[in-house]
Design a protein around this ligand. Structure first.
Ligand code: ADP
Length: 476
């Protein structure tokens, strides 16, 4: 059995803003089957403390970046947790990263520096008799963990850092070096410094023993300036220690055979239509000759939905329909609300987990036109539900969808459509092609069947993580 402490800022079902939370919550059960005992360290947000059962203190610091802190061991939702309870840092409501004004909490560097520091210290000291061999840190919020392990402990615990999205760096002013217990001698371009600021993600990239990201293609993209967000050089330097391991989906939660949220469960494409009818009714869409397409997404620049607004007339001209669920940038929300004036377009602004299930089950296609996508989950849900993904050729979208073309259709392996370059004209062509395929029921049903047969759960990736942890443990 290998013990691994996972350190993250969010975890399903306790606290979630994006796909990171899904991964952090899914890994412990998936890894148990691979001989890895993973426990998770989280900040003591109110939602996490409220859910924690059997809490007992296992580590404390009388003054952790401005106040007392302790790590509480306990459990919630079937997960073994260590929760950093520090009222001055985490006892506040709302979004974990943003204040009521929609801006980052000004003390975010301290909040996540504290999480990283406590994780490194507690992992090295042992957590009431539980000794992790590896700490697995996620994204910038845990980015300083490998640094503190290297510089602020006696050693003995290896580290892995996973990049879920490279654009978030966790910058802090250089004046915070002492407060964050960072060595001024490490404030160099080779270590913590990034254009005059402290960069928490870069610290992890430099000091972790191994790096991973959530798809092989995203891993390669990160070495290029267009995708590396200024850290492509650091990634290139560490290429020999970097791997891409795809995310999976929880196939108990996302499974059309047992999904309690949908109108009718199904195991083959033939069982899907009642869900399509129900979805049209729910969104007030009329019957149509073309495919009912959905989007379930944050509405941000990354997701490329401005391209969809431009390409939408082509989809509608072919008889297709669009139902969108999402929230985010005010300008995109407003533009989609306006688009919904068309009878074949329906838009729901907001976040709604149950509705997202009904949409993915009922839709005939799911659109993911992201400009970059580290892995992406909704195209995987689409595959599982026989809902044809139309995706940009980037990152995890490139790695998980087999594009339809004469050869892949003839071989019976196509699962969706990919477009490149990632612009409105290429998306428009893909949507026209989608509608053409939809009018060829033989090919369409074959694609749905292929999609539903793809392995999109965690088993392959859990084995890859277990092998990675194993490679870090000195052989007896
Ligand atoms: P990202 O983490 O960049 O947002 P992912 O595709 O990796 O993108 O994960 C997004 C997750 O959030 C998926 O589980 C998706 O279903 C969910 N999601 C996004 N927006 C909404 C929404 N408005 N309502 C319900 N679920 C949503």
């Amino acid at each position: 059995m290998i013990n691994v402490l996972s350190v993250a800022s969010e975890c399903v079902p306790l606290i979630k803003t994006g796909g990171l939370a899904d991964v952090v919550g899914a890994l412990p059960p998936a890894l148990a089957a691979e001989g890895v005992e993973m426990r998770v360290m989280l900040p003591g947000y109110p939602a996490v403390l409220d859910a924690l059962q059997g809490a007992s203190p296992v580590w404390e610091d009388a003054d952790l970046f401005g106040g007392p802190a302790q790590v509480l061991a306990g459990s919630a939702a079937g997960l073994s947790l260590y929760v950093l309870d520090a009222a001055h840092l985490y006892r506040r409501g709302g979004n974990p990263y943003l204040g009521p004004d929609g801006r980052d909490w000004p003390d975010n560097p301290l909040r996540y520096g504290a999480l990283s520091f406590a994780a490194a210290q507690a992992a090295t000291a042992g957590l009431a008799g539980w000794h992790p061999s590896v700490v697995h840190a996620h994204d910038w919020q845990a980015g300083l963990t490998p640094y503190y392990l290297r510089r602020r402990t006696a050693g003995g615990v290896a580290s892995v850092l996973t990049i879920h999205n490279i654009v978030f760096h966790g910058l802090a002013p250089a004046g915070m070096l002492a407060q964050l217990r960072l060595d001024p001698t490490d404030f160099t371009a080779q270590a913590l410094e990034f254009y005059g600021s402290i960069n928490a993600l870069k610290a992890g990239l430099v000091f972790a023993d191994r790096l991973t990201t959530v798809s092989p293609s995203y891993g390669r993209e990160l070495m290029r300036p267009e995708f590396g967000a200024g850290l492509d050089g650091v990634i290139r330097d560490r290429a020999a220690n970097m791997t891409g391991i795809l995310n999976g989906i929880d196939d108990l939660v996302w499974n059309p055979a047992v999904d309690g949220a949908i109108a009718a469960t199904y195991t083959t494409p033939a069982g899907k239509p009642p869900n399509t009818t129900a979805l049209r009714q729910e969104f007030g869409l009329p019957p149509a000759d073309g495919p009912l397409c959905v989007v379930v997404s944050r509405l941000t620049e990354q997701k490329g939905l401005d391209l969809l607004l431009q390409a939408l007339p082509a989809l509608l001209a072919q008889g297709g329909q669009l139902a969108l669920l999402g929230s985010g940038d005010a300008s995109l929300e407003a533009a989609f609300r306006t688009a919904a004036e068309h009878p074949n377009v329906a838009v729901q602004i907001g976040y709604d987990e149950a509705l997202s299930h009904r949409m993915i089950a009922g839709a005939e296609a799911i659109l993911v036109p992201s400009r970059f996508e580290p892995c992406g989950l909704t195209q995987l849900y689409g595959l599982r539900y026989g809902t044809i993904p139309v995706v940009a050729l980037t990152g995890g979208l490139a790695d998980t969808v087999i594009p339809a073309n004469p050869a892949s259709l003839a071989a019976g392996v196509a699962t969706g459509l990919q477009f490149t370059p990632v612009n409105a004209a290429a998306l428009e062509l893909a949507l026209i092609e989608l509608c053409a395929l939809y009018r060829r029921p033989g090919d369409w049903t074959q694609m749905q069947t292929n999609a539903m047969a793809q392995q999109v759960g965690w088993s392959t990736s859990a084995a890859a993580y277990a092998a990675l942890y194993g490679s870090l443990i000195p052989q007896a």
